[in-house]
Design a protein around this ligand. Structure first.
Ligand SMILES: Nc1ncnc2c1ncn2[C@@H]1O[C@H](COP(=O)(O)OP(=O)(O)OP(=O)(O)O)[C@@H](O)[C@H]1O
Ligand SMILES: [Mg+2]
Length: 258
């Protein structure tokens, strides 16, 4: 490709990996997602912050269809979210998710945890799946733990296994919902470091977190939610130094000065 063609390609704004349009969701009378419009570009790292109950987890869960929506649309890499069946299983593999609680299979070894989805959903041959699992476990710094069971690992190690397990599926985008909230302080950084590396390697990421240091250093964009709405979005520097909305100012003053 010539430089001009490359520059033109860079300029084309069609590289939209996750597109939410007018998404609404209720839990009974509670309007938990209100007209959410959000476009995430390939390679972008979006940090979602906001008060408890503002809808951050629900937003993440709709993106891989752990929750259905009432209206609007969600398109991943050009395709609307599938309703069910094998298409849905494939979508779940394309959209990796890491939760606050590590959600590893307790009765499977670490290696099996990272191998299983590959063989079952991606139909990768077992030996290759194990090879890839070991590579990924090394990459997140827990290669030596491959034959242990999750309960034999620290929280930080378990969370890194959970990240490796999601990565093993070759996801297009990774969703993180407060991945460090359940961890002891000394383990938070080892998980954030893995996430930082992933961001640097170009993974598209949506991260719900209270770790403002991570947001500042790794995010391309901060999305601030309150009461089921996206109230404000901006580059991290701009958001943290000059939030525009009163809700964001109030929220930041509480979390940054406690
Ligand atoms: N399955 C459910 N049934 C009914 N209400 C729910 C359900 N899940 C969430 N809610 C409600 O929806 C609102 C948004 O919840 P959500 O978990 O998305 O918020 P959040 O921003 O992730 O909060 P937190 O920071 O505490 O994790 C809350 O009022 C919550 O009580
Ligand atoms: Mg939540």
């Amino acid at each position: 490709m010539t430089e001009v063609a490359a520059a033109e390609e860079d300029a084309v704004p069609t590289d939209h990996l996750v597109v939410l349009k007018s998404v609404n969701k209720h839990f009974g009378a509670l309007h938990v997602l209100q007209d959410i419009d959000l476009t995430i570009t390939r390679g972008e790292v979006v940090v979602v912050i906001g008060p408890s109950g503002s809808g951050k987890s629900t937003l993440c869960r709709t993106i891989n269809r752990l929750e259905t929506i009432d209206s609007g649309s969600i398109v991943i890499d050009g395709r609307p979210l599938p309703q069910e069946g094998r298409e849905l299983a494939r979508l779940r593999a394309d959209v990796g998710m890491v939760f606050q609680s590590f959600n590893l299979f307790a009765h499977k070894t670490v290696l099996e945890n990272v191998t299983l989805g590959q063989t079952k959903v991606r139909r990768v041959e077992r030996a290759r799946a194990e090879e890839r699992a070991r590579e990924l476990l090394d990459r997140v710094g827990v290669g030596a733990q491959a034959d242990k069971y999750p309960a034999q690992l620290s929280g930080g190690q378990q969370q890194r296994v959970a990240i490796a397990r999601a990565l093993a599926m070759g996801p297009k985008v990774m969703l993180f919902d407060e991945p460090t909230s359940a961890l002891d302080p000394e383990m938070i950084n080892e998980v954030l470091e893995v996430m930082r590396q992933l961001a640097q390697d170009g993974m598209t990421m949506v991260v719900v977190t209270h770790e403002m240091g991570f947001a500042r250093s790794a995010a391309n964009r901060v999305v601030f939610m309150a009461d089921g709405r996206i109230v404000e979005e901006a580059a991290p520097d701009q958001f943290f130094s000059a939030p525009r909305s009163d809700r964001a100012k109030d929220f930041l003053s509480k979390i940054l000065h406690h």
